[in-house]
Every structure is written in structure tokens, then in C-alpha cells.
Design a protein around this ligand. Structure first.
Ligand code: ATP
Ligand code: MG
Length: 428
């Protein structure tokens, strides 16, 4: 039957086991972040449109064509958040987090929304995990922020990825670079797409965002920001690179790497994976020392990363990795023919009260299909509640992993189950 309603284009449901993988992934990442002093922050999915216009930049792809923007009943322009850095800085300023001491190390996870053309690894609602450190220019923190994705990838067993780093300079060195780039772009404008010609006029560095092959080729010979840094930015970058080496994080310097958002200064980075088509950047970020001021706050340095959860799942799949064991049910309580349903439910409730994960049949199944259901649920043990046994005060426990079976007294049921679960499913 054709479903009447479908999830909107570019969105999808996370159903198990993917939903559980996401949870396990977030738990692994949270652990890495927490052990480095990061605290969780959660901002609204809606923000004023102006926050993103100011905080991401008028000439960016996100602001010009990817935001879900609407006017609410009160006439206020709101947008679904396309990213979380501007919201986190907004919260930092609004809630005076600086009063809690600096630096502030924050992390977040949740859905983001961009109206892009849906394709593998590119969705209209997707999920990001990210962190921001606000209030310090210390170059170790740049390296720490970069290393978090690397630690996570290694912990998950991922290989075949590359970290690319660069510096995009500062208010001192960027203007002269942008002039140089503009001159270059004028000379090759014939080879550029319509969009890039517009970018050339409005915000030349955005041309490096273009995914068009022809534009990319034409830009091969473009001057690179990483080669035009002022002395201070060169030192900053060198220190970041040195710290990465100390942290044992492998990287390649690409002097042409720029980031899609306007507020970046100095450090920029991307983790690219092999075999993920064009959507191969799984994690990316950088320093944004101008953002807080841009949002009306005092001069406040910041650095962060953002990692795409769906792309991370695709990378795991592409590398044949499944590091998460789905949660298993410990016990399925099956009623044999002739047994009162209330006896089955009493046992089920007793198990749950004892803290044992347990479920039972709610479809009036025969014993055989109850066994199948137990199997589907990945149950380790099946309790078979039989009429005669119950009258004797006994119950049968079948171990599905070991294919063995014992009879125990009702009073000894919970301890026996605990013992069997603790002993594991491997034969000794
Ligand atoms: P891309 O160049 O692939 O469009 P981006 O530069 O727009 O990425 P960021 O804004 O840096 O991406 O977001 C950080 C991460 O979020 C990306 O590296 C990616 O993993 C993920 N991401 C961004 N846009 C999408 C999307 N539409 N669908 C799924 N994941 C996304
Ligand atoms: Mg993008």
C-alpha cells in the first residue's frame, strides 16, 4: 500500500538500529568531550533570521538560498537553524556565560536545516555534533578542537581519512589577499559559473565553496590565502601545527582551504573521507575571532568544529565498521498453552521491578511464534511459563545463546537469571 504521507523531501526518520547507533555515537563523543572539560549546551531550533544573516554572512550559500525562513503570526522573521555556532555565541552573550569564567568550553548535538538539493550525504534536516571554545586565542585549543574528531574517528576504528588544515588570516592580511584574488577572478571570469561571478563581486573568497568542476579547475591557479598571511597569523598557524604534531594528529596543509562561513579567522580545517562521493567532509571548523563582535558583543575569540552525524554513519558503513552492539532484551516471558495470562504478566512485572530488561507476547501468539518473537527481539533468555510447572512452583529458563535449558523455582528465578546473564553467552 502506498503511504499517504511521506517525510518531507530531504528529511528522513532514524529508525532502529540506526537510531541506536546515533545514540551510541553521541555517547562516545560526549565522553571524549566531557573528559576534556566541555559542557553541554542546547539552543533553540528557531532563531531570529537576523542572527544568521549577521553571524553567517549575507553572501554565503546558507543565507542566500538555503535557510528555511518564515514570518510567524506576530510578524517576526524566524529561521530554522542551519548551524549552531551563531546560536551558541548568541547564548554566550545573552546568558553572560563569560561571567562563569573563561574559556567557556561548550558542546552541542542536534538537528540543523538547510534547503539543499538532497543526495547521498546531503539532506535538508541533518544532525551535527559540535563544540565551541569561547574566550581564548591559545593555539593549543585550536589543536584540541581539531583533535576531538580525530580521537573519535580512531576510537570508532575509522581509516582512510585526511585532515586538511589552513589559516584564512585576519583583518590585517585578508583585505590585501581579497584584492589580489579579485584581480585574479576578473581575469578568469569567462570560465566561472553565474554564481561564482556574483561571488567574485560580493565576497570573492566564497568562490572556493563552488562544487562546479569547471570553476574548480579555473581556480587551480588562484592565489592562496595560506600563502599571504601576515607575520602574526603565520606564527599562530605554526603553533597550531606544532600542537597537532604533539597531539599525534596527522594532517596536510592546503593553503587554498577556506570555509563556507564568513566569520572564520586564522585556523580552518576539514576531515575528508575516501569513498563518500562529493559529500566527503565529515567534520570541519575553525577559528572565528570576529563573530561575537559581529553579533553586538565585545571582542571575543572563539574556535569550534562541527561534525555531520549522517556522514559519519556513511563513513562507518563505507568502511564496513559496526562498532555498536544494538541493545538486547535479557528475557522474553513466553506463556505455554493453558497458562493464565495474569501469571505471565505477574512474572514480567516482577522481572522489570528487579531491573531485568524483559518483554512478553501481546499478540495472542502460540508458543512457537512466541519463541520466534523472542528471537526477533534478540532476547538472551526465554522464560517458559508452563501450566504444570507453575503448579509445582517452577519455571523453565531457556538460554537462546547456549541452546541450553534449566528448571528453577519461582523464588530462585531472579537470582538464576542474573547468574546466567552475568556468565555471558560464550561457553567456558
Ligand atoms: P559541504 O561543503 O559538504 O556543503 P559545509 O561546508 O556546508 O559542507 P559545514 O557548514 O561546515 O558544512 O557543516 C559541518 C558538517 O555538517 C559538514 O562537514 C557535514 O558533515 C555536515 N553537513 C553540512 N551540510 C549538510 C547536509 N546538507 N546534509 C548532511 N550533512 C551536512
Ligand atoms: Mg554546504
Amino acid at each position: 500500500m502506498e503511504p499517504r504521507y511521506r517525510a518531507p523531501r530531504g528529511t528522513f526518520d532514524f529508525i532502529y538500529p540506526e537510531s541506536e547507533k546515533v545514540e551510541a555515537l553521541l555517547a562516545a563523543a560526549s565522553e571524549i568531550l566531557a573528559t576534556r572539560g566541555y559542557r553541554r549546551i542546547s539552543t533553540p531550533m528557531l532563531e531570529s533570521t537576523e542572527l544568521f544573516r549577521r553571524g553567517i554572512g549575507e553572501a554565503t550559500d546558507i543565507v542566500t538560498k538555503e535557510m528555511y525562513t518564515f514570518e510567524d503570526q506576530g510578524g517576526e522573521s524566524l529561521s530554522l537553524r542551519p548551524e549552531a555556532t551563531a546560536p551558541v555565541i548568541r547564548a554566550y552573550l545573552e546568558r553572560s556565560l563569560f561571567a562563569q569564567g573563561l574559556p567557556q568550553k561548550l558542546f552541542y548535538a542536534g538537528p540543523m536545516f538547510r534547503r539543499e538539493r538532497p543526495q547521498a550525504g546531503r539532506f535538508r534536516q541533518f544532525h551535527q555534533l559540535g563544540a565551541e571554545v569561547i574566550g581564548t586565542r591559545d593555539t593549543f585549543i585550536d589543536a584540541e578542537i581539531i583533535s576531538i574528531s580525530d580521537v573519535l574517528f580512531k576510537r570508532l576504528g575509522l581509516e582512510a581519512y585526511e585532515l586538511v588544515v589552513n589559516s584564512v588570516g585576519c583583518g590585517e592580511c585578508r583585505p590585501s589577499y581579497v584584492r589580489m584574488l579579485s584581480g585574479f577572478l576578473e581575469g578568469i571570469s569567462q570560465a566561472l559559473c553565474e554564481e561564482c561571478r556574483r561571488r567574485s563581486r560580493e565576497n570573492p573568497m566564497r568562490v572556493f565553496d563552488c562544487k562546479n568542476e569547471r570553476c574548480r579547475e579555473a581556480l587551480e591557479a588562484a592565489p592562496a590565502i595560506g600563502e599571504q598571511l601576515c607575520p602574526e597569523c603565520r606564527v599562530h598557524f605554526q603553533e597550531v601545527v606544532d600542537h597537532l604534531e604533539t597531539l599525534g594528529v596527522a594532517f596536510r596543509v592546503d593553503p587554498k582551504l577556506v570555509r563556507g562561513l564568513d566569520y572564520y579567522t586564522n585556523t580552518a580545517f576539514e576531515f575528508k573521507f575516501e569513498g563518500l562521493s562529493a559529500q566527503n567532509t565529515v567534520s570541519a571548523g575553525g577559528r572565528y575571532d570576529g563573530l561575537a563582535e559581529q553579533l553586538g558583543g565585545p571582542e571575543t575569540p572563539g574556535v569550534g568544529f562541527s561534525l555531520g552525524i549522517e556522514r559519519l554513519l556513511l563513513a562507518l558503513e563505507a568502511q564496513g565498521l559496526d562498532p555498536f552492539t544494538p541493545p538486547r532484551l535479557s528475557v522474553f516471558v513466553a506463556g505455554a498453552p493453558g497458562v493464565e495470562r495474569s501469571s505471565v504478566l505477574d512474572i514480567l512485572v516482577a522481572l522489570r521491578e528487579a531491573g531485568v530488561s524483559a518483554d512478553a507476547d501481546f499478540m495472542d501468539r502460540g508458543l512457537k511464534s512466541q519463541m520466534k518473537q523472542a528471537d526477533r527481539l534478540g532476547a538472551r533468555l526465554v522464560l517458559i511459563v508452563g501450566k504444570d510447572e507453575l503448579e509445582r512452583g517452577e519455571i523453565t529458563i531457556r538460554d537462546l545463546d547456549r541452546s541450553s535449558q534449566v528448571e528453577v523455582s519461582l523464588a530462585g528465578m531472579v537470582p538464576a537469571i542474573r547468574e546466567m546473564l552475568e556468565a555471558g553467552s560464550e561457553d567456558v
